[in-house]
Design a protein around this ligand. Structure first.
Ligand code: NAD
Ligand code: UD1
Length: 371
């Protein structure tokens, strides 16, 4: 009989792709998901993209009885259930802490009672805060921050003593410096899982995903990742709204590569007890991806609108050093940004997203979280 993997948050964007990856490799798959209306819409129904073979437990990861029922029979667990919006986390502090921290605690209490073969938890590049930088004299600098004054004056690039800095790839040993409630909760999730795994003797691995994109990233959810938001704007013939000057760099990684990294972490033991970056290893600016997506959606005439505004909690640059993932997991990214954006655009052409991004920005504005 095939081994069963439980994916918490398994009806979501990354979870559903992971389910496909695991089914294709002979696993039986269960999911525990509360079908959160912000992600799945008000009807909160099983999403049509979720493979029929996935045994879906509709329930909340904070509910001990639901979690106990879902983990029964699962030998390996991937913990993805979380509230995921960086901006939104800055005013729905209780909800983010509740779902992410308490949800993880409930899961771990269930696992303490029945040792599993492996726990993989989704962490995030956001735990780093700013990524790693190099100063003019060649030294590496891991403590970059941006002051409110600098941001208020439109100085977007972090500096050291007034000297410019150059962003370089960020390795796992960079000191975490969470700059949002979401990021702090992701750091807690990874520490909790590694700590409990050690205490109770089940191997656990924390994967720090970078900015994941691809089909199924709910474009009508105004609190989701930037590429889905840009798609919702473009498909409604509106310009993507770019914060700061658009030159902030991120590591956009295809959801297929992230799903494969999760499977590799479930299967190999070399990364047990470790945190591992999962990215593409390439940096792109937000402005560039906005323009590329417009072209691919057949709307090259729509130029991104650069707002010159800063979203509280956002960092300037961070992209992954993926040496550890290559060494420990045997991971290497297989989808480059061109191919990944083309796949995303092809999927988006069949979607009719509602663009709710203005409402989401007003929520931040009205609380002084967009300046
Ligand atoms: P998603 O919102 O598509 O998926 C999350 C799923 O969790 C949803 O199906 C939602 O219904 C479910 N969920 C939310 N609250 C729940 C609760 N209380 N109980 C049970 N289920 C609940 O998001 P995603 O992009 O697939 O993210 C999956 C994981 O990866 C999250 O832990 C996120 O923090 C992490 N991550 C995502 C990215 C990214 O760029 N998408 C990057 C880094 C880390
Ligand atoms: C995203 C994920 C987070 C994950 C992290 C890891 C979501 C909602 N957030 O956060 O779960 O842990 O990646 O890499 O999926 N931007 C704009 N215009 C917009 C929206 C965003 O210019 O309309 C900019 C932001 O200012 C930021 C960049 O795009 O500079 C990326 O933003 P976003 O997609 O929200 O990603 P992260 O905050 O990195």
């Amino acid at each position: 009989m095939s081994e069963r993997v439980l994916i918490t948050g398994g009806a979501g964007f990354i979870g559903s792709h992971l389910a496909d990856e695991l089914l294709a490799h002979g696993y039986a798959v269960s999911a525990l998901d509360n079908l959160s209306p912000q992600v799945h819409g008000p009807a909160a129904q099983r999403p049509p993209y979720l493979d029929d073979r996935v045994e879906l437990h509709v329930g909340d990861v904070r509910d001990p009885a639901a979690v106990r029922a879902a983990v029964t029979g699962a030998e390996r667990i991937v913990h993805l259930a979380a509230a995921v919006g960086v901006g939104q986390s800055m005013y729905r502090i209780r909800e983010y802490t509740d779902v992410n921290n308490l949800g993880t605690a409930v899961l771990l209490e269930a696992l303490a009672a029945r040792r599993v073969k492996k726990l993989v938890v989704a962490s995030s590049m956001s735990v780093y805060g700013e990524g790693r930088y190099r100063a003019r004299d060649g030294s590496l600098y891991d403590y970059a921050q941006r002051s409110a004054e600098a941001l208020g004056g439109g100085s977007w690039e972090p500096t050291r003593g007034g000297e410019p800095l150059e962003a370089v790839a960020t390795p796992e040993h960079k000191q975490p410096a969470a700059s949002s409630v979401y990021a702090l909760s992701k750091h807690d999730q990874e520490r909790l899982c590694l700590l409990a795994g050690k205490a109770y003797g089940f191997p656990s691995v924390a994967l720090r995903f970078f900015n994941t994109y691809g089909p199924r990233q709910a474009p009508s959810n105004p609190y989701t990742g930037v590429l889905a938001l840009f798609a919702a704007r473009l498909l409604n013939d509106r310009p993507p709204t770019v914060f700061e000057d658009g030159n902030q760099k991120r590591d956009f990684v295809s959801v297929h590569d992230v799903a494969r990294a999760c499977r590799l972490a479930l299967e190999c033991d070399d990364a047990d007890g470790e945190v591992v970056n999962v990215g593409s290893g390439q940096a792109s600016t937000v402005h560039d991806v906005a323009r590329r997506l417009a072209r691919l959606l057949g709307k090259p005439e729509i130029s991104p609108e650069v707002t010159g505004k800063h979203r509280t909690g956002d960092i300037r640059h961070c992209f992954a050093d993926i040496t550890r993932a290559r060494q420990l997991l045997g991971y290497s990214p297989s989808v480059n940004l061109d191919a990944g954006l083309r796949e995303l655009a092809a999927w988006l052409r069949g979607q009719r997203p509602v663009d709710l991004s203005e409402q989401a920005r007003e929520e931040l504005d009205s609380r002084g979280l967009m300046s």
